[in-house]
Design a protein around this ligand. Structure first.
Ligand SMILES: [Zn+2]
Length: 375
């Protein structure tokens, strides 16, 4: 059986390209993971998500434990079978979403008790229960259970939270047990404080994980502060293991993170934007709601090979959005995921050729042009 492994193939500056191997298939890095919150990437058939070039999806423990329930998914054959996605799946630990979505939370050394945002029922998440849920789901890459303070917060609060997360990381490692072919990732915390990030990286490395995430960013600190943190945070983590930046982001965030040595990212943005009439293109963001598109027979993005651009005009995409037709979200989500995966594949090629700096320059120059002239 294939074990979980990571091999680096090339570097360009700090940017890296390589392959994560799992029994369910290979993940080319840098990798972008579309988010399938409730066992679906909203608006997309799983085979269509695969067609965009995604090697791996992200599932949300918090949502799945509440509905339909981890035990139920296990009885029905596991998450891959349940949602018809046979490639790798990464699940988050539930910690972040409990903090952002659940009601009446109570945090103790042991874990978090909370009320479901769906029906008000009471639940508990601990490192041990999070590991159990992610095992029942059948996740290939399991995330350690952590706590993430909202920023800005006083340094003492960030330090105490990080140290709690490190104790939970050790309990997660213990509870995860020996599961060949599956991986457990630790999550570095510490806010924007380099010394806390360093302390967290050391604690995680001492425990030992198959990969390391950079957590607690993309929570409202802004791109400049995030990049400032990423100038040093990835370098504190082991060189020979995948590095995953959680919850990022916009295309320029992704390029900046890859430049700084990040290998994996996830974000709801391409699918969420698709449902609100927003498209991401090489020339930046396009708002299909805008009346300027109503007589425009041109494709959303010239040369794009996705179905939205191949077969439909901007005028049609504008019309179906304004008419609240389901196909609007379907087509724009497809285009956005296609664009994100194309961006990843271009970055992998540029890193392999050691031309990442030139790639980055062209990426920014094309975006600076803005959308095509109105008709
Ligand atoms: Zn397209």
């Amino acid at each position: 059986m294939t074990q979980f492994s990571f091999s680096l193939a090339a570097r360009s500056g700090k940017a890296r390209t390589g392959t994560i191997s799992t029994p369910r298939g290979q993940i080319r890095t840098p990798a972008f993971m579309p988010v399938g919150t409730a066992a679906t990437v909203k608006g997309m058939m799983p085979e269509s998500v695969a067609e965009t070039g995604a090697d791996i999806l992200l599932g949300n423990t918090y949502h799945l434990m509440l509905r339909p329930g981890a035990e139920r998914i296990d009885r029905l054959g596991g998450l891959h079978h349940f949602m018809n996605w046979e490639k790798p799946i990464l699940t988050d630990s539930g910690g972040f979403q409990v903090m952002s979505l659940a009601g009446l939370r109570k945090l103790t050394e042991d874990g978090v008790t909370f009320k479901s945002h769906i029906d008000g029922s009471r639940h508990e998440l601990t490192p041990e229960r999070s590991m159990e849920i992610q095992r029942l789901l059948g996740s290939d890459i399991v995330m350690a259970f952590d706590e993430c303070p909202a920023l800005p917060a006083p340094k003492e609060r960030i330090a105490a939270s990080m140290q709690l997360s490190m104790r939970w990381a050790a309990r997660s490692r213990e509870a995860f047990g020996d599961r060949p072919g599956h991986a457990l990732f630790g999550i570095q915390q510490g806010g924007l404080e380099p010394d806390l990030r360093e302390e967290s990286a050391k604690a995680l490395t001492d425990i030992g994980f198959e990969g390391y995430a950079i957590g607690g960013l993309a929570v409202g600190e802004g791109q400049e502060a995030m990049f400032g943190c990423l100038d040093t945070a990835p370098d504190m983590l082991p060189e020979d293991k995948p590095r995953y930046l959680m919850g990022v982001g916009k295309p320029d965030d992704i390029v900046g993170a890859v430049k700084r040595g990040v290998d994996m990212m996830d974000c709801v943005l391409p699918s969420r934007s698709g449902r609100t009439g927003q498209a991401w293109t090489r020339r930046g963001q396009v708002n299909l709601k805008n009346a300027r598109h109503q007589d425009d027979p041109r494709p959303l993005e010239e040369g794009c090979s996705c179905p939205a651009c191949r077969n439909y005009s901007r005028a049609y995409l504008h019309h179906v959005f304004r008419s609240n037709e389901m196909i609007s979200g379907m087509l724009l989500t497809w285009h956005n995921l296609h664009y994100y995966q194309l961006l990843m594949s271009e970055m992998r090629a540029a890193i392999a050729d050691d031309t990442f700096a030139a790639f980055e320059e062209k990426f920014h120059a094309t975006r600076a042009l803005g959308d095509i002239e109105r008709i």
